[in-house]
Ligand binder design. Structure first.
Ligand code: S3P
Length: 432
Protein backbone atom coordinates (compact mmCIF):
# COMPACT_ATOMS: atom_id res chain seq x y z
CA UNK A 1 0.00 0.00 0.00
CA UNK A 2 1.50 3.32 -0.87
CA UNK A 3 1.15 6.45 1.22
CA UNK A 4 0.93 10.07 0.06
CA UNK A 5 2.97 12.30 2.36
CA UNK A 6 1.54 15.51 3.80
CA UNK A 7 3.25 18.81 4.50
CA UNK A 8 3.05 20.80 7.70
CA UNK A 9 3.38 24.52 8.41
CA UNK A 10 3.92 23.71 12.06
CA UNK A 11 3.54 20.85 14.54
CA UNK A 12 2.04 21.21 17.99
CA UNK A 13 0.90 18.88 20.69
CA UNK A 14 1.41 16.80 23.75
CA UNK A 15 1.73 13.16 22.83
CA UNK A 16 2.27 9.75 24.35
CA UNK A 17 4.29 7.24 22.38
CA UNK A 18 3.45 3.51 22.36
CA UNK A 19 5.57 1.08 24.38
CA UNK A 20 9.18 0.22 23.64
CA UNK A 21 9.50 -2.57 21.09
CA UNK A 22 12.66 -4.15 22.52
CA UNK A 23 11.29 -4.11 26.07
CA UNK A 24 7.88 -5.46 24.99
CA UNK A 25 9.48 -8.54 23.39
CA UNK A 26 11.58 -9.19 26.47
CA UNK A 27 8.62 -8.68 28.80
CA UNK A 28 6.70 -11.50 27.08
CA UNK A 29 9.73 -13.78 26.98
CA UNK A 30 10.81 -13.42 30.60
CA UNK A 31 7.24 -13.39 31.97
CA UNK A 32 6.62 -16.67 30.15
CA UNK A 33 9.71 -18.22 31.76
CA UNK A 34 8.91 -16.91 35.24
CA UNK A 35 7.10 -18.73 38.02
CA UNK A 36 3.65 -17.22 38.55
CA UNK A 37 1.58 -14.53 36.88
CA UNK A 38 3.23 -11.43 35.46
CA UNK A 39 1.39 -8.32 34.31
CA UNK A 40 2.63 -6.13 31.47
CA UNK A 41 1.36 -2.56 31.07
CA UNK A 42 2.12 -0.52 27.99
CA UNK A 43 2.93 -3.57 25.84
CA UNK A 44 3.47 -2.50 22.24
CA UNK A 45 0.67 -4.00 20.15
CA UNK A 46 2.56 -3.88 16.88
CA UNK A 47 3.15 -6.72 14.42
CA UNK A 48 6.64 -7.58 15.69
CA UNK A 49 5.73 -7.85 19.36
CA UNK A 50 2.46 -9.63 18.62
CA UNK A 51 4.46 -12.30 16.78
CA UNK A 52 6.52 -12.88 19.91
CA UNK A 53 3.34 -13.07 21.97
CA UNK A 54 1.72 -15.56 19.59
CA UNK A 55 4.85 -17.75 19.58
CA UNK A 56 4.75 -18.06 23.37
CA UNK A 57 1.08 -19.01 23.15
CA UNK A 58 2.12 -21.65 20.59
CA UNK A 59 4.70 -22.86 23.12
CA UNK A 60 1.93 -23.41 25.66
CA UNK A 61 1.92 -20.17 27.67
CA UNK A 62 -1.45 -18.65 28.64
CA UNK A 63 -1.36 -14.96 27.77
CA UNK A 64 -4.50 -12.85 28.05
CA UNK A 65 -5.29 -9.28 27.11
CA UNK A 66 -6.92 -7.51 30.03
CA UNK A 67 -7.28 -4.25 28.10
CA UNK A 68 -5.40 -2.60 25.22
CA UNK A 69 -1.67 -2.87 25.98
CA UNK A 70 -2.30 -4.59 29.32
CA UNK A 71 -1.57 -8.33 29.48
CA UNK A 72 -1.45 -11.15 31.98
CA UNK A 73 1.17 -13.82 31.35
CA UNK A 74 0.87 -17.09 33.27
CA UNK A 75 4.53 -18.01 33.57
CA UNK A 76 5.34 -21.70 33.12
CA UNK A 77 8.81 -21.60 34.69
CA UNK A 78 12.11 -22.19 32.91
CA UNK A 79 11.21 -25.79 32.07
CA UNK A 80 7.53 -25.43 31.31
CA UNK A 81 7.47 -24.58 27.60
CA UNK A 82 5.89 -27.22 25.35
CA UNK A 83 6.73 -28.22 21.79
CA UNK A 84 4.62 -26.26 19.30
CA UNK A 85 2.60 -28.21 16.74
CA UNK A 86 3.44 -25.70 14.03
CA UNK A 87 6.25 -23.66 12.60
CA UNK A 88 6.89 -20.59 14.77
CA UNK A 89 6.37 -17.50 12.64
CA UNK A 90 8.45 -14.42 13.47
CA UNK A 91 7.11 -12.16 10.68
CA UNK A 92 9.55 -9.29 10.12
CA UNK A 93 11.02 -9.43 13.62
CA UNK A 94 14.76 -10.06 13.98
CA UNK A 95 14.48 -9.75 17.74
CA UNK A 96 11.90 -12.54 17.87
CA UNK A 97 13.90 -14.87 15.62
CA UNK A 98 17.25 -14.37 17.29
CA UNK A 99 16.13 -14.36 20.92
CA UNK A 100 13.91 -17.37 20.33
CA UNK A 101 16.71 -19.29 18.60
CA UNK A 102 18.78 -18.95 21.77
CA UNK A 103 15.94 -19.98 24.04
CA UNK A 104 14.70 -22.89 21.91
CA UNK A 105 18.20 -24.34 21.53
CA UNK A 106 18.04 -25.23 25.21
CA UNK A 107 14.56 -26.84 25.34
CA UNK A 108 13.99 -30.57 25.33
CA UNK A 109 11.93 -30.41 22.15
CA UNK A 110 12.04 -29.59 18.46
CA UNK A 111 11.18 -26.20 16.94
CA UNK A 112 11.17 -24.52 13.56
CA UNK A 113 11.48 -20.75 13.23
CA UNK A 114 10.70 -18.82 10.08
CA UNK A 115 9.85 -15.28 9.04
CA UNK A 116 8.76 -13.08 6.17
CA UNK A 117 10.79 -12.52 3.02
CA UNK A 118 12.92 -9.78 4.57
CA UNK A 119 13.68 -11.66 7.80
CA UNK A 120 14.49 -14.86 5.90
CA UNK A 121 17.27 -12.93 4.15
CA UNK A 122 18.91 -11.61 7.33
CA UNK A 123 22.04 -13.25 8.75
CA UNK A 124 21.48 -15.79 11.50
CA UNK A 125 25.01 -17.26 11.47
CA UNK A 126 25.97 -14.67 14.08
CA UNK A 127 23.75 -16.53 16.53
CA UNK A 128 24.10 -20.04 15.12
CA UNK A 129 27.91 -20.09 15.52
CA UNK A 130 28.13 -19.28 19.25
CA UNK A 131 25.02 -21.31 20.04
CA UNK A 132 26.65 -24.32 18.35
CA UNK A 133 29.73 -23.73 20.51
CA UNK A 134 27.37 -24.06 23.48
CA UNK A 135 26.18 -27.40 22.08
CA UNK A 136 23.07 -26.31 20.17
CA UNK A 137 21.78 -28.38 17.25
CA UNK A 138 20.53 -26.01 14.58
CA UNK A 139 19.89 -26.56 10.86
CA UNK A 140 19.52 -23.54 8.63
CA UNK A 141 19.21 -22.59 4.97
CA UNK A 142 22.71 -22.10 3.54
CA UNK A 143 24.04 -22.43 7.12
CA UNK A 144 23.04 -18.86 7.62
CA UNK A 145 19.36 -18.05 7.08
CA UNK A 146 15.90 -18.85 8.39
CA UNK A 147 14.04 -21.17 8.44
CA UNK A 148 15.91 -22.66 11.38
CA UNK A 149 15.21 -26.17 12.64
CA UNK A 150 16.30 -26.52 16.23
CA UNK A 151 16.58 -29.79 18.09
CA UNK A 152 16.82 -28.65 21.68
CA UNK A 153 19.74 -30.14 23.59
CA UNK A 154 21.75 -29.71 26.80
CA UNK A 155 24.04 -26.66 26.54
CA UNK A 156 27.25 -25.62 28.21
CA UNK A 157 28.52 -22.17 29.12
CA UNK A 158 31.21 -20.55 26.96
CA UNK A 159 33.49 -17.50 26.93
CA UNK A 160 32.59 -15.56 23.85
CA UNK A 161 33.64 -12.28 22.30
CA UNK A 162 30.81 -10.98 20.16
CA UNK A 163 32.00 -10.17 16.63
CA UNK A 164 29.33 -7.42 16.36
CA UNK A 165 27.74 -5.13 18.92
CA UNK A 166 24.30 -6.69 18.74
CA UNK A 167 21.78 -6.81 21.54
CA UNK A 168 19.90 -9.54 19.72
CA UNK A 169 22.98 -11.76 19.69
CA UNK A 170 23.85 -10.93 23.31
CA UNK A 171 20.29 -11.68 24.38
CA UNK A 172 20.10 -14.96 22.45
CA UNK A 173 23.20 -16.14 24.32
CA UNK A 174 21.94 -14.97 27.70
CA UNK A 175 18.64 -16.80 27.21
CA UNK A 176 20.49 -19.97 26.20
CA UNK A 177 22.85 -19.39 29.13
CA UNK A 178 19.96 -19.62 31.60
CA UNK A 179 19.88 -23.35 30.81
CA UNK A 180 23.59 -24.01 30.29
CA UNK A 181 25.84 -26.08 32.52
CA UNK A 182 28.61 -23.79 33.72
CA UNK A 183 29.15 -20.05 33.45
CA UNK A 184 28.45 -18.01 30.37
CA UNK A 185 30.76 -15.07 29.79
CA UNK A 186 30.27 -12.69 26.88
CA UNK A 187 32.21 -9.59 25.88
CA UNK A 188 30.77 -6.93 23.59
CA UNK A 189 32.98 -4.94 21.21
CA UNK A 190 30.87 -1.84 21.96
CA UNK A 191 27.92 -1.23 24.22
CA UNK A 192 24.58 -2.30 22.77
CA UNK A 193 21.13 -1.95 24.30
CA UNK A 194 21.00 -3.68 27.69
CA UNK A 195 17.27 -4.28 28.20
CA UNK A 196 17.75 -8.03 28.55
CA UNK A 197 20.31 -7.61 31.32
CA UNK A 198 18.13 -5.10 33.16
CA UNK A 199 15.01 -7.21 32.88
CA UNK A 200 16.74 -10.46 33.83
CA UNK A 201 17.96 -8.71 36.98
CA UNK A 202 14.46 -7.38 37.66
CA UNK A 203 13.20 -10.99 37.44
CA UNK A 204 15.79 -12.01 40.03
CA UNK A 205 18.62 -13.39 37.88
CA UNK A 206 22.07 -12.34 39.07
CA UNK A 207 24.45 -11.09 36.43
CA UNK A 208 27.99 -9.85 36.89
CA UNK A 209 28.43 -6.86 34.63
CA UNK A 210 31.84 -5.29 34.30
CA UNK A 211 31.86 -2.75 31.50
CA UNK A 212 31.32 -4.67 28.28
CA UNK A 213 31.78 -8.04 29.99
CA UNK A 214 28.72 -9.93 31.22
CA UNK A 215 28.88 -13.14 33.25
CA UNK A 216 25.97 -15.39 34.10
CA UNK A 217 27.33 -17.53 36.89
CA UNK A 218 25.67 -20.86 37.45
CA UNK A 219 25.36 -21.87 41.04
CA UNK A 220 22.33 -23.96 41.96
CA UNK A 221 19.09 -23.80 40.01
CA UNK A 222 17.93 -20.58 38.49
CA UNK A 223 14.42 -19.30 38.68
CA UNK A 224 12.66 -16.16 37.49
CA UNK A 225 10.07 -14.50 39.73
CA UNK A 226 6.91 -13.06 38.16
CA UNK A 227 6.85 -9.26 37.87
CA UNK A 228 4.64 -6.29 37.12
CA UNK A 229 6.23 -4.50 34.20
CA UNK A 230 5.49 -1.04 32.88
CA UNK A 231 6.94 -0.60 29.42
CA UNK A 232 8.19 2.96 28.78
CA UNK A 233 7.45 4.77 25.51
CA UNK A 234 9.83 3.80 22.71
CA UNK A 235 12.57 6.39 22.16
CA UNK A 236 13.05 5.05 18.64
CA UNK A 237 9.39 5.92 17.91
CA UNK A 238 9.57 9.24 19.78
CA UNK A 239 12.57 10.12 17.62
CA UNK A 240 10.31 10.59 14.57
CA UNK A 241 8.30 13.26 16.39
CA UNK A 242 11.40 14.90 17.78
CA UNK A 243 12.91 15.08 14.29
CA UNK A 244 9.62 16.29 12.81
CA UNK A 245 9.40 19.14 15.32
CA UNK A 246 13.05 20.09 14.78
CA UNK A 247 12.73 20.59 11.01
CA UNK A 248 9.17 21.94 10.77
CA UNK A 249 8.99 25.70 11.41
CA UNK A 250 7.09 27.06 14.36
CA UNK A 251 6.79 23.68 16.10
CA UNK A 252 6.69 22.63 19.69
CA UNK A 253 5.97 19.13 20.96
CA UNK A 254 5.89 17.56 24.39
CA UNK A 255 6.31 13.80 24.63
CA UNK A 256 5.54 12.02 27.90
CA UNK A 257 7.06 8.83 29.38
CA UNK A 258 9.84 8.08 26.93
CA UNK A 259 12.52 5.50 27.77
CA UNK A 260 15.95 7.14 27.90
CA UNK A 261 18.12 4.11 28.61
CA UNK A 262 21.75 5.23 28.09
CA UNK A 263 22.34 2.36 25.65
CA UNK A 264 19.59 3.80 23.44
CA UNK A 265 20.04 7.56 23.71
CA UNK A 266 22.65 8.24 21.00
CA UNK A 267 20.02 10.06 18.92
CA UNK A 268 19.39 12.55 21.73
CA UNK A 269 23.12 13.18 22.10
CA UNK A 270 23.64 13.75 18.39
CA UNK A 271 20.75 16.15 17.92
CA UNK A 272 21.93 18.15 20.91
CA UNK A 273 25.30 18.42 19.21
CA UNK A 274 23.46 19.49 16.04
CA UNK A 275 21.94 22.39 17.99
CA UNK A 276 18.48 21.05 18.82
CA UNK A 277 16.30 22.95 21.28
CA UNK A 278 15.27 20.07 23.45
CA UNK A 279 14.66 19.54 27.12
CA UNK A 280 14.71 16.14 28.79
CA UNK A 281 13.11 16.45 32.20
CA UNK A 282 11.12 14.67 34.87
CA UNK A 283 13.68 11.85 34.75
CA UNK A 284 12.67 8.82 36.82
CA UNK A 285 13.16 5.08 36.88
CA UNK A 286 10.66 2.24 36.54
CA UNK A 287 11.49 -1.47 36.77
CA UNK A 288 15.15 -0.77 36.12
CA UNK A 289 14.56 1.43 33.06
CA UNK A 290 15.01 5.23 33.11
CA UNK A 291 12.32 7.38 31.50
CA UNK A 292 11.63 11.08 31.03
CA UNK A 293 9.42 13.67 29.39
CA UNK A 294 10.85 15.39 26.34
CA UNK A 295 10.05 18.87 25.07
CA UNK A 296 11.33 19.90 21.66
CA UNK A 297 10.94 22.87 19.33
CA UNK A 298 12.01 23.86 15.79
CA UNK A 299 15.74 24.46 15.57
CA UNK A 300 18.48 25.51 13.20
CA UNK A 301 20.61 22.42 12.85
CA UNK A 302 24.25 22.07 11.95
CA UNK A 303 26.05 19.06 10.48
CA UNK A 304 28.01 16.63 12.66
CA UNK A 305 30.01 13.41 12.26
CA UNK A 306 28.33 10.27 13.51
CA UNK A 307 30.76 7.36 13.86
CA UNK A 308 32.54 5.01 16.25
CA UNK A 309 31.07 3.56 19.38
CA UNK A 310 27.98 5.80 19.41
CA UNK A 311 26.66 3.89 16.36
CA UNK A 312 25.04 0.96 18.25
CA UNK A 313 23.38 3.49 20.57
CA UNK A 314 21.46 5.06 17.68
CA UNK A 315 21.54 2.33 15.05
CA UNK A 316 17.77 2.39 14.43
CA UNK A 317 17.71 6.20 14.19
CA UNK A 318 20.30 6.56 11.42
CA UNK A 319 17.87 6.81 8.47
CA UNK A 320 16.04 9.53 10.41
CA UNK A 321 19.31 11.30 11.22
CA UNK A 322 20.04 11.27 7.48
CA UNK A 323 16.74 13.11 6.89
CA UNK A 324 17.71 15.65 9.57
CA UNK A 325 21.13 16.03 7.93
CA UNK A 326 19.48 17.25 4.71
CA UNK A 327 18.12 20.17 6.73
CA UNK A 328 21.35 20.87 8.64
CA UNK A 329 24.01 23.37 7.65
CA UNK A 330 27.16 21.62 6.42
CA UNK A 331 28.44 18.13 5.71
CA UNK A 332 27.14 15.25 7.84
CA UNK A 333 29.23 12.10 7.77
CA UNK A 334 27.84 8.76 8.95
CA UNK A 335 30.39 5.95 9.20
CA UNK A 336 30.97 2.60 10.94
CA UNK A 337 27.35 1.69 10.28
CA UNK A 338 27.66 -1.29 7.90
CA UNK A 339 25.15 -3.08 10.17
CA UNK A 340 22.49 -0.93 8.53
CA UNK A 341 22.83 -3.09 5.44
CA UNK A 342 21.44 -6.14 7.27
CA UNK A 343 18.47 -4.55 9.02
CA UNK A 344 14.83 -4.94 7.90
CA UNK A 345 16.14 -3.59 4.56
CA UNK A 346 19.53 -2.40 3.39
CA UNK A 347 18.97 0.91 5.13
CA UNK A 348 21.96 2.61 3.54
CA UNK A 349 20.72 1.94 0.02
CA UNK A 350 17.08 2.63 0.90
CA UNK A 351 17.92 5.97 2.52
CA UNK A 352 20.36 7.15 -0.13
CA UNK A 353 18.04 6.15 -2.97
CA UNK A 354 15.03 7.90 -1.42
CA UNK A 355 16.95 11.05 -0.53
CA UNK A 356 18.39 11.34 -4.04
CA UNK A 357 14.90 11.12 -5.52
CA UNK A 358 13.95 14.06 -3.31
CA UNK A 359 16.91 16.08 -4.59
CA UNK A 360 19.19 15.76 -1.55
CA UNK A 361 22.97 15.79 -1.99
CA UNK A 362 24.09 12.44 -0.68
CA UNK A 363 27.00 10.12 -1.27
CA UNK A 364 26.78 6.43 -0.41
CA UNK A 365 29.62 4.81 1.55
CA UNK A 366 30.11 1.11 2.21
CA UNK A 367 29.45 1.76 5.91
CA UNK A 368 27.39 4.93 5.89
CA UNK A 369 26.78 8.08 3.87
CA UNK A 370 27.74 11.74 3.48
CA UNK A 371 25.02 14.36 3.24
CA UNK A 372 25.38 18.05 2.33
CA UNK A 373 22.74 20.40 3.68
CA UNK A 374 20.61 22.30 3.86
CA UNK A 375 18.55 21.43 0.81
CA UNK A 376 14.90 22.11 0.08
CA UNK A 377 13.58 18.60 -0.56
CA UNK A 378 11.47 18.19 -3.71
CA UNK A 379 8.57 15.76 -4.11
CA UNK A 380 6.27 14.39 -6.79
CA UNK A 381 8.12 11.06 -6.86
CA UNK A 382 7.64 7.55 -5.52
CA UNK A 383 10.04 6.27 -2.88
CA UNK A 384 10.48 2.62 -1.99
CA UNK A 385 10.34 1.83 1.73
CA UNK A 386 11.40 -1.77 0.98
CA UNK A 387 8.72 -2.74 3.48
CA UNK A 388 10.92 -1.27 6.22
CA UNK A 389 8.99 0.52 8.97
CA UNK A 390 11.78 2.93 9.89
CA UNK A 391 12.45 3.88 6.27
CA UNK A 392 8.72 4.55 5.74
CA UNK A 393 8.43 6.73 8.87
CA UNK A 394 11.68 8.59 8.16
CA UNK A 395 10.38 9.63 4.74
CA UNK A 396 6.99 10.59 6.16
CA UNK A 397 8.94 13.03 8.34
CA UNK A 398 10.83 14.29 5.27
CA UNK A 399 7.46 14.80 3.58
CA UNK A 400 6.46 17.37 6.21
CA UNK A 401 8.96 19.85 4.75
CA UNK A 402 9.21 18.79 1.09
CA UNK A 403 8.13 21.19 -1.64
CA UNK A 404 5.51 18.80 -2.93
CA UNK A 405 4.08 15.63 -1.49
CA UNK A 406 5.40 12.26 -2.69
CA UNK A 407 4.44 8.61 -2.40
CA UNK A 408 6.02 6.00 -0.17
CA UNK A 409 5.65 2.39 -1.32
CA UNK A 410 4.69 -0.35 1.17
CA UNK A 411 4.17 2.22 3.89
CA UNK A 412 1.89 -0.20 5.75
CA UNK A 413 5.20 -1.49 7.17
CA UNK A 414 4.79 1.12 9.94
CA UNK A 415 2.55 -1.41 11.70
CA UNK A 416 5.69 -3.41 12.50
CA UNK A 417 6.60 -0.97 15.26
CA UNK A 418 4.16 1.94 15.33
CA UNK A 419 0.67 1.33 13.88
CA UNK A 420 -0.72 4.73 14.96
CA UNK A 421 2.19 6.74 13.58
CA UNK A 422 0.52 8.72 10.80
CA UNK A 423 -2.62 9.37 12.87
CA UNK A 424 -0.61 10.88 15.73
CA UNK A 425 1.52 12.86 13.28
CA UNK A 426 -1.58 14.23 11.53
CA UNK A 427 -2.97 15.28 14.90
CA UNK A 428 0.16 17.39 15.46
CA UNK A 429 -0.14 19.20 12.14
CA UNK A 430 -1.46 22.68 12.65
CA UNK A 431 -3.46 23.68 9.61
CA UNK A 432 -2.80 27.37 9.14
C1 S3P B 1 17.16 -4.89 18.97
C2 S3P B 1 18.50 -4.81 18.69
C3 S3P B 1 19.04 -4.10 17.52
C4 S3P B 1 18.01 -3.18 16.90
C5 S3P B 1 16.66 -3.82 16.77
C6 S3P B 1 16.15 -4.26 18.13
C7 S3P B 1 16.74 -5.64 20.17
O1 S3P B 1 19.44 -5.06 16.56
O2 S3P B 1 18.46 -2.72 15.64
O3 S3P B 1 15.73 -2.92 16.19
O4 S3P B 1 15.55 -5.53 20.57
O5 S3P B 1 17.57 -6.34 20.75
P1 S3P B 1 20.88 -5.78 16.59
O6 S3P B 1 20.96 -6.62 17.81
O7 S3P B 1 20.91 -6.61 15.34
O8 S3P B 1 21.88 -4.68 16.57
Amino acid sequence: MSFETFQAKSLRGEITIPGDKSISHRAIILSSLAEGNSYIKGFLESDDCLHTLKIFQDLGVEISRIEPGYYKVEGVGLNGLREARNVLYCGNSGTTARLLAGLLSAQNFYSVLTGDNSLNGRPMDRIINPLEKMGARIWSRENKYLPLSIMGSPLKGINYELPVASAQLKSALLLAGLYAQGDLKIVEPEYSRDHTERMLQAFGVELEIDGKEITLRKRGTLKLDAQEIEVPGDLSSAAFFIAAALITPDSEILIRNVGINPTRDGFLKVIQEMGASIEIFNIREYAGEPLADIWVMSSNLKAVSIEGDIIPLLIDELPLLAILATQAEGRTVIRDAAELRVKESDRITATVEGLRKLGARVEELADGMVIEGPVRLQGGVEIDSYYDHRIAMSFMVAGLVSQESFRIKEAEAVKISFPEFSTILKNCVKAN
